[in-house]
Ligand binder design. Structure first.
Ligand code: DQA
Length: 144
């Protein structure tokens, strides 16, 4: 079984409750279910969420030996974290960056992403469907 890591940054534990007019009413459990359903045969997903930058970096390091790709929604760390970008630069398999909201339609500080400097694909504004699209892309790349 090949494992795809679905990584979520700060405040995404409150998905479904947090600003539902922007992020919707579905929860991280719904994200996990959608991602599992999007996997090709022979793949599985593992979903993690943390409000702490260092924990996310540790998961990326661990993933180097154990996973075939990462789908990451870094939350606000997208716009601030050189350290998460550096960690992703130590990771060889595909990385897909996902944002539930259309960040380019929002405040200017959300238009820049450190993670995009590493990501192999970026999806924004597709709601939770963006995660499933990221999973499908990684299955495709990991099977090529
Ligand atoms: C987000 C967009 C970020 O700007 C924000 O800080 C988030 C969520 C999104 O999924 O749309 O926490 O990554």
């Amino acid at each position: 079984m090949k494992t795809i890591l679905i990584l979520n940054g700060p405040n995404l534990n409150l998905l479904g409750k947090r600003q539902p007019h922007i992020y919707g009413h579905e929860t991280l459990e719904d994200v996990e279910r959608l991602c599992a359903a999007a996997c090709d045969e022979g793949f599985e997903v593992r979903l993690e969420q943390s409000n702490h930058e260092g924990r996310i970096i540790d998961w990326i390091h661990e993933a180097r030996e154990t996973t075939c790709g990462i789908v990451i929604n870094p939350g606000a760390f997208t716009h601030t974290s050189v350290a998460i970008m550096d960690a992703l630069n130590t990771y060889e398999p595909p990385v897909i960056e996902v944002h539930i909201s259309q960040v380019h339609k929002r405040e200017a500080f959300r238009h820049h992403s450190y993670v995009s400097l590493r990501a192999d694909g970026v999806i924004a504004g597709f709601g939770l469907d963006g995660y499933a699209a990221g999973v499908r892309r990684i299955c495709r790349l990991a099977s090529a």
